[in-house]
Design a protein around this ligand. Structure first.
Ligand SMILES: *[C@@H]1O[C@H](CO)[C@@H](O)[C@H](O)[C@H]1NC(C)=O
Length: 183
């Protein structure tokens, strides 16, 4: 009897220990190990501020006290298309929805807060939330990925932005995105 009780206790301890080591077993193993390689997403972002159907609109002009070089105080809201390739007509992969605002008094530097809403491929229906500093005239900008939904629940990571094309006259731009996410 005592032997049976000890055996049962030992069995329970082993089961509990095994569960503790494999918490992902509870969500069907979909949640990847933290040590696994991040998912790399590559696409292009098109910010059109000019013309009849802009995808980014000015909701606040910078005040007259701001230097035109910094746009400090400006607020733009965007619903910008994301595409596979650098051309606007390239396959759509999603939208970048949110805002960027001039928040640096010394240079052109935005606080950018947005959701990347994926509309095709493996991540269709999932979103990533990004919040960070974007100085659009720098060669490479890095924005933190602060969260996500769907396939990107528990997401963390970063995005690297590189301007692919910029029209200094209108401000329209195409930006290459490399996003690395653990999720
Ligand atoms: C993305 O998902 C939506 C909703 O399930 C679906 O209607 C749409 O066809 C999908 N798009 C692509 C490109 O797979």
């Amino acid at each position: 009897m005592a032997k049976k009780a000890v055996a049962l206790l030992l069995f329970l301890v082993l089961v509990v220990a095994a569960e503790a080591h494999h918490p992902e077993a509870h969500d069907g193993g979909r949640h990847k190990d933290a040590a696994a390689a991040p998912t790399h997403l590559h696409f292009y972002f098109h910010d059109t501020v000019s013309g009849k159907s802009p995808t980014a609109v000015r909701v606040l002009d910078p005040p007259s006290s701001s230097s035109p070089m910094t746009m400090f105080g400006m607020v733009n809201v965007m619903d910008d298309p994301l595409t596979e390739g650098p051309e606007q007509e390239s396959n759509p992969v999603g939208r970048a929805q949110g805002l960027y605002m001039g928040s640096d008094q010394a240079k052109l530097g935005f606080l950018q807060a947005m959701n990347l809403v994926f509309t095709s491929g493996d991540f269709n229906g999932s979103t990533l939330a990004l919040l960070g500093r974007n100085c659009p005239l720098d060669a490479v900008r890095e924005l933190p990925v602060v969260g996500g939904t769907g396939a990107f629940r528990f997401a963390r990571g970063y995005a690297q932005l590189r301007t692919h094309w910029l029209d200094f006259r209108t401000g329209d731009a195409t930006v290459e995105y490399d996003v690395y996410v653990m999720h």
